[in-house]
Design a protein around this ligand. Structure first.
Ligand code: NAD
Ligand code: MG
Length: 394
């Protein structure tokens, strides 16, 4: 029996994780569930899975959740604030931590889980992008097992030898090929992107996800974050990570070996597959995902990504090559820009411009400590806010 904490239980990944857990009550029990909003959903989850703890953002939410739990007759203890988020991730009773908070807010509790040597299921790619070197050092020092949930990285993990240790040359890996759906605007006239609305950007053709990652998929910043994520997870340099637009989202990514073999992982686009894979690894369990119907799929298409359509992708490669604190600055700027876009305060095409301006201004950002990274994050957010303002006025 494995004891599980889900950071970000109320989100898209959190809900899919609980769906898989519910199929295997003999294998997993819930220690803690956390959420920032959607308190009725969190209360229902805590009651159904008999969570020992729930963690929310502040005292007012905690009081509200406690009252919802009383109405449901649930005995879950309610905690709040960042310190408690880390506490339920590193508690000695916990075996597995699903890191599914969106954005930089997930960094501290995910790091806490890594330092405490947990099996860390990493969905929160922003945490790794922000602090790659520090995060991987924490995994090493804590003796944690890091398993990727992002479907591309989970696919690469499955296509690598089980003994893989972040050294591509040791096992004859030439390149990593990350597939990208191309998002909702892959076929739309580039000139018409000036008038994109949040609803259009969030209408992903192949995946149902949270709003922030949906916008990132439209701009392809998501793929850019994933290139950086792949670099840290697998120890592969930027020039050996290639992005391939594959509109069917059936091949979730590939590994190209020096003997000419290319190994791929295929499946329906359903996050319960990588979640179940990482939960049960090295075993396999039912994820509730229907079998892939290759005859219905019919064909698999591949294209090169167009940098004019997706300017965030070259920005992310540039951030990875610049290294140190630049990916953290890029990530923070993107979070602010996407937030502003979703709130109707920034035009779609300005997202990349805000990110680029912040990256240029912060080219010397460092990454020596968590504190330095958090100050880079804060400075980049402030700069991005001022650029959002300037773009809007312009
Ligand atoms: P979501 O918006 O649906 O859920 C986010 C979760 O984080 C919610 O539980 C929310 O309450 C919590 N949260 C938000 N802000 C918080 C804060 N400041 N402090 C504490 N908790 C906070 O997002 P999602 O789509 O589930 O994505 C979660 C993460 O997984 C992201 O990093 C995303 O990039 C990654 N991911 C998601 C998918 C997917 O299919 N949804 C696929 C690959 C990777
Ligand atoms: Mg992905």
């Amino acid at each position: 029996m494995q004891s599980l904490t889900i950071l970000g239980a109320t989100g898209s990944i959190g809900v899919s994780t609980l769906d898989v857990v519910a199929r295997h009550p003999e294998r997993y029990r819930i220690f803690a569930l956390t959420g920032q909003t959607q308190l009725p959903r969190l209360a229902a989850q805590c009651s159904r899975f008999q969570a020992r703890y729930a963690v929310v953002g502040d005292a007012a939410s905690a009081a509200q959740l406690a009252s919802l739990l009383r109405d449901l007759g649930a005995s879950t203890e309610v905690l709040h604030g960042p310190a408690q988020l880390a506490a339920v991730a590193e508690a000695s009773e916990v075996d597995v931590v699903m890191a599914a908070i969106v954005g930089a807010a997930g960094l501290r509790p995910t790091l806490a889980a890594a330092r405490a040597g947990k099996r860390v299921l990493l969905a929160n790619k922003e945490a790794l992008v922000m602090s790659g070197a520090l995060f991987m050092a924490a995994v090493e020092a804590g003796g944690a097992t890091l398993l990727p949930i992002d479907s591309e990285h989970n696919a690469v993990f499955q296509a690598l030898p089980p003994t893989y240790r972040r050294d591509p040359d040791a096992v004859g890996v030439r390149r990593i090929l990350l597939t990208a759906s191309g998002g909702p605007f892959r076929d739309r006239a580039i000139e018409s992107l000036v008038s994109v609305s949040p609803e259009e950007a969030c209408a992903h053709p192949n995946w149902a996800m949270g709003r922030k990652i949906s916008v990132d998929s439209a701009t392809m910043m998501n793929k850019g974050l994933e290139v950086i994520e792949a670099h840290w997870l697998f120890g592969v340099p930027a020039d050996r990570i290639e992005v391939v637009v594959h509109r069917q989202s059936v091949i979730h990514s590939m590994v190209d070996y020096v003997d000419g073999s290319v190994l791929a992982q295929l499946g329906n686009p359903d996050m319960r597959t990588p979640i179940a894979h990482a939960l049960a690894f090295p075993e396999r369990i039912d994820a509730g995902v229907s079998p892939l119907d290759l005859f219905a799929t019919g064909r698999l298409d591949f294209e090169q990504p167009d940098p004019r359509r997706f300017p965030c992708l070259p920005l992310a490669y540039a951030a990875l090559r610049a290294g140190r604190g630049v990916p953290a600055a890029m990530n923070a700027a993107n979070e602010v820009a996407v937030d502003a876009f979703l709130a109707g305060r920034l035009a779609y095409l300005s997202i990349a411009r805000v990110v680029e301006s912040v990256m240029n201004a912060m080219a010397g950002a460092g990454d020596a400590s968590l504190e330095e990274l958090e100050s880079v994050d804060a400075e980049a957010r402030a700069l991005a806010q001022s650029w959002v303002h300037a773009e809007k006025v312009a």
